[in-house]
Design a protein around this ligand. Structure first.
Ligand code: COA
Length: 154
């Protein structure tokens, strides 16, 4: 009998980022909105016997690093993968940046996750979802209107 011990690995993706489009769309359902940050952003994937989670980061100035997209493959959600990716980002970027921030919809599917990861609400961008998306976005039956920002010191 053969035994395999697979190691969790986090890999930077520098080309063919659209290979992960199905995962990117889980977090941001309109492809032309993803196109706004995908090329310039830094992308990482977490490989644990297959890709389980991805994230895209952007430098937004003033030593603030922003998570533009983060998603875990549906069947593997709730197993700590996204938190592991955030812990990796915090370690890797804590010297270069002061704040890690994320903008998200005001949704019970995402805000509690970020709060678990140590983020706290900082500000909102009014009407971001209604102004920038070509169709109404619903999460848990509620239409997303404002972008809610959460921040964590790193
Ligand atoms: C949000 C998302 C990225 C979280 O990824 P994940 O790998 O399932 O998260 P983790 O397993 O690392 O969760 C970390 C902690 O947050 C908690 N958590 C995650 N989602 C939660 C929720 N909706 N409500 C309450 N707690 C939640 C977990 O229970 C865990 O807590 P613990 O450390 O006490 O065990 C994932 O659910 C996802 O891909 N959702 C769809 C895409 C999306 O909405 N992305 C965000 C857009 S900005």
């Amino acid at each position: 009998m053969k035994w395999h011990w697979e190691m969790m690995e986090i890999i930077e993706v520098t080309e063919n980022k659209k290979e992960y489009l199905p995962l990117l769309l889980l977090a941001d359902e309109q492809e032309n909105m993803i196109d706004r940050y995908l090329d310039k952003g830094k992308m990482y994937v977490l490989d644990d016997n297959g890709i389980k989670c991805e994230c895209v980061l952007a430098d937004v100035g003033n030593r603030v690093l922003e998570i533009k997209n983060i998603a875990t493959v549906s069947e593997y959600q709730g197993k700590g993968y996204a938190k592991a990716l955030i812990d990796f980002i915090v370690k890797k970027y804590s010297k270069q940046y002061d704040i890690l921030q994320v903008g998200t919809g005001d949704s019970p599917k995402t805000i509690p996750f970020y709060e678990k990861c140590g983020f706290i609400r900082s500000h909102i961008l009014p009407n971001f979802f209604t102004d920038n998306y070509d169709h109404p976005i619903y999460e848990c039956g509620v239409q997303l209107v404002d972008m809610v920002f959460l921040q964590r010191l790193i």
